[in-house]
Design a protein around this ligand. Structure first.
Ligand code: AMP
Ligand code: MG
Length: 404
């Protein structure tokens, strides 16, 4: 048995980016940029007006009110070459329009009488006011988004501003999902006596989608070698393989055995964690293979703690683990020594502090407590008693949790 932390570092040491693909900028939201984005030109590319108003020479406007002749008009989208602001004159200009030669300030229309032949200014004018200077946002050659950044709408905007229709991002892994067991029937089939619906395939696929990867549902391997051989071979064609069940020490637990037969190299089996102890990790070539226990709670928790960070890492993310924060226990918790224990909790915030209450029955066969859990408390292996009022590490469980 290896520790929770050892298991993570072995997994991280064997999961890396699958390389780069170029996709449309709109498709890139949520993905991780694989190459620095370098500015092909100054942004903005020319000095321009920040306001609707009048381009003026500040020295002409020392005494207020001041009256200037209006000698031209520059709407947005028009070139300003050939136009200049002569002494004692002004040019009417719209927001974003290129500045004419000679001027050094823009006076907003609200600070004038809005005149068309002549204009009267009511407020004092400072050189440089309301002018956007060429290159003040980004200089040509500057890195404006670093490789490794997650693409959000602002990144999409900057990339689009530079006309970058294709964006280099880390590939999304395809993740094969294989359930094993003679008791399983597929979704849509009414389970008979002794049968259960293969719900793990669905929750694993949902979790894979939630972290940005692409699920490939392989179906069910029955509890015999032939079926395992066929389905595992199929699953190994994906970038990552996840199996559920058949990984404990029971008579029908064939997953590790048949994986070995197919050439996978097991890196560990059994982690000091509860639930989820029998988890195994192997490599087939460079393909990571996660063999998770079949109990649905164990499957989901081991995915959350071990597979999710690996899939994020493969997609170029650097923050791959959910951030831990402290919560105060409402009730005492006791556990056996030797294993990290993951406890399903609900959270409340009171006076700036988080408080954690058990989400209910913590047995591994109880699914509803997973539904009710907003967060998971991560209790260290060696401690056996956590008093009410003491602080423990917790992290959110799920991507869309909102708490007051
Ligand atoms: P096993 O690891 O095969 O001993 O399975 C452990 C427990 O998980 C048993 O109660 C199984 O019925 C249950 N289980 C296994 N596979 C699935 C699955 N695909 N969906 C839901 N429950 C499952
Ligand atoms: Mg089984």
């Amino acid at each position: 048995m290896i520790t929770f932390e050892e298991a993570r570092s072995i997994i991280y040491a064997h999961t890396r980016s699958l390389g780069v693909e170029r996709i449309h900028v709109l498709e890139s939201v949520g993905r991780v940029l694989a190459e620095d984005a370098v500015a092909p030109w100054d942004m903005p590319l020319w000095d321009n007006s920040a306001m609707d108003g009048y381009a003026v020479r500040a020295t002409d406007c020392r005494t207020i009110p001041c009256c200037l002749k209006v000698t031209g008009f520059i709407p947005a989208g028009v070139r300003s070459e050939g136009l200049s602001v002569e002494p004692g004159c002004s040019v009417r200009i719209m927001t974003g329009a290129p500045l004419p030669a000679g001027c050094d300030a823009v006076v907003p229309v609200e600070e004038t009488d809005n005149g068309s032949e002549t204009v009267t200014l009511h407020e004092s004018v400072e050189a440089g006011q309301h002018i956007r200077v060429r290159g003040e946002d980004v200089r040509q050659g500057q890195v404006f988004i670093r490789a490794g950044s997650i693409i959000r709408p602002p990144e999409v905007n900057m990339l689009a501003s530079y006309g970058m229709a294709l964006v280099a991002v880390h590939r999304r892994p395809s993740v094969a999902i294989l359930s094993t067991g003679d008791e399983l029937v597929e979704l849509g089939v009414t389970p008979g006596p002794g049968e259960i619906v293969n719900s793990n395939t669905l929750s694993l696929a949902a979790a894979v989608i939630e972290c940005g990867a692409i699920p490939r549902i392989i179906g069910i391997a029955r509890d015999n070698r032939e079926s395992h051989r066929e389905k595992l071979t199929e699953g190994l064609k994906a970038d990552v393989l996840i199996t559920s069940a058949g990984v404990s020490a029971g008579d029908c637990d064939l997953v590790r055995d048949v994986l070995a037969e197919l050439g996978a190299r097991q890196l560990f089996w059994k982690i000091g964690i509860k639930p989820g102890g029998p988890t195994a990790f192997a490599l087939h070539g460079t393909t990571p293979v996660f063999s998770l226990p079949g109990n649905p709670v164990s499957t989901m928790i081991t995915f959350e703690e071990f597979v999710r960070p690996a899939l994020l890492r493969m997609q170029g993310h650097s923050a791959i683990q959910r951030p831990l924060f402290k919560a105060v226990l409402r009730e005492e918790v006791r556990k056996k020594p030797g294993k990290v224990q993951i406890v399903r909790v609900r959270l409340e915030k009171d006076n700036g502090r988080w408080y954690a209450t058990s989400a209910g029955n913590q047995q591994t066969a109880i699914l509803k407590t997973m539904v009710d859990a907003q967060a998971l408390a991560v209790l260290p292996a060696e401690t056996t008693r956590f008093a009410a009022g003491s602080e423990v590490d917790v992290h959110f469980y799920g991507n869309h949790i909102e708490l007051e």
